[in-house]
Design a protein around this ligand. Structure first.
Ligand code: AVI
Length: 322
């Protein structure tokens, strides 16, 4: 087993993205990818263990149960690229199923160095699997993985945990299209999607009584304080999870408790907030099985198979590039 890290220069975009999101007219917003610094990645691990949040357990149950069948449907030599590996715990089932028959290279692609390190530690013991991590944005990382393809090899891309739902709609289809452009016919994409469920259950999952999701959301302001020299007072903002019936998505917001002005030194801005004004920090779309099939077709894939969890409506969808 071999592990290597390939790390580029640190992102210089954080200040620009924060400035653009907070000075924009109308709804203020911050990109959800910035929720995952070291503290945020660890808080997300805790969210995954909460009884109210079933997404990660459902994903893991499905992969544990169906990994052998999933890899059988992607025959021959494969290289595995994972978009947003997280801790890597769920990926174990797929890699173990592959390692029974084939030597396989596994390329986790992550913007979070903490998650990449957790993933490498978690999976280091699987024989016949070599791990090369890319600290990159998803598509940049996937391009680099595709450049390493050898003759006759297929790429199996994993996009687990319903991270696809964190794109605003229809950016999710647009993203799948971009993935498809990097792939060749016959390559596979295994995508996890959280499915529609009753709104009160969703609100509990995204506003848990322990306050872990609130801390996860507020950490974004704490991160801006730490990294961009801002003066957000955290108890002047409250976490909110709401369901948008028009889009079929949960939204996370941070609501200003007062009229206030926040300075963000390294973004060179002072931002006025009205009492009750919110910053939109994340979208989490909830799909129907049929919607996933249509989205796949729109993006140039055919849906080969879907496996759904009964305990917590969630699906693994195996898409084949046409
Ligand atoms: C990573 N992603 C799929 C999570 C979700 O459910 O949308 C992020 C999350 N946000 C709050 N809780 C979990």
């Amino acid at each position: 087993m071999l592990t290597t890290a390939i790390v580029p220069h640190a992102s210089a975009e954080f200040a620009t993205d924060v400035r653009n999101g907070l000075v924009k007219r109308g709804q203020k917003e911050l990109p959800s990818k910035y929720l995952y610094d070291e503290v945020g990645s660890r808080l997300f691990e805790v969210i995954s263990a909460l009884p109210e949040y079933g997404v990660t357990r459902a994903d893991e149950r499905l992969l544990r149960k169906h990994a052998a069948e999933i890899v059988e449907r992607v025959p021959g030599a494969v290289m595995v690229a994972e978009l947003g590996s997280g801790s890597g715990k769920k990926t174990r089932w797929i890699l173990e199923a592959l390692s029974h028959h084939r030597r396989t290279a596994y390329y986790p692609i992550e913007i979070s160095a903490t998650a990449l390190a957790m993933c490498r530690r978690e999976l280091a013991d699987i024989d016949s699997i070599s791990i090369v991590g890319f600290e990159r944005e998803y598509l940049d990382g996937l391009l680099e993985v595709a450049a390493r393809r050898q003759d006759g090899q297929r790429i199996l891309v994993l996009f687990l945990g319903s991270t696809i739902g964190n794109f605003d709609r229809p950016a999710d289809v647009g993203f799948l299209r971009e993935v498809r452009l990097i792939l060749q016919p016959g390559d596979a994409l295994l995508v996890g999607t959280d499915l529609e469920k009753p709104v009160p259950q969703l609100i509990d999952a995204y506003n848990d009584p322990l306050g872990v999701t609130a801390a996860f959301n507020l950490n974004l302001l704490a991160r801006i304080n730490r990294e961009l020299g801002a003066d957000f007072v955290l108890n002047q903002f409250t976490h909110e999870a709401r369901f948008n019936r028009e889009t079929g998505s949960i939204e996370m917001h941070l609501r200003s408790a007062e009229d206030q002005i926040v300075s963000i030194h390294r973004a060179e801005i002072s931002v006025p907030f009205l009492k009750n004004e919110t910053i939109w920090t994340e979208t989490s779309h909830k799909y129907s099985l049929h919607e996933v099939v249509c989205m796949a077709e729109d993006a140039g894939f055919r849906c080969e198979a879907q496996w759904a969890d009964r305990e917590w409506p969630f699906a693994e969808n195996l898409l084949i590039a046409e």
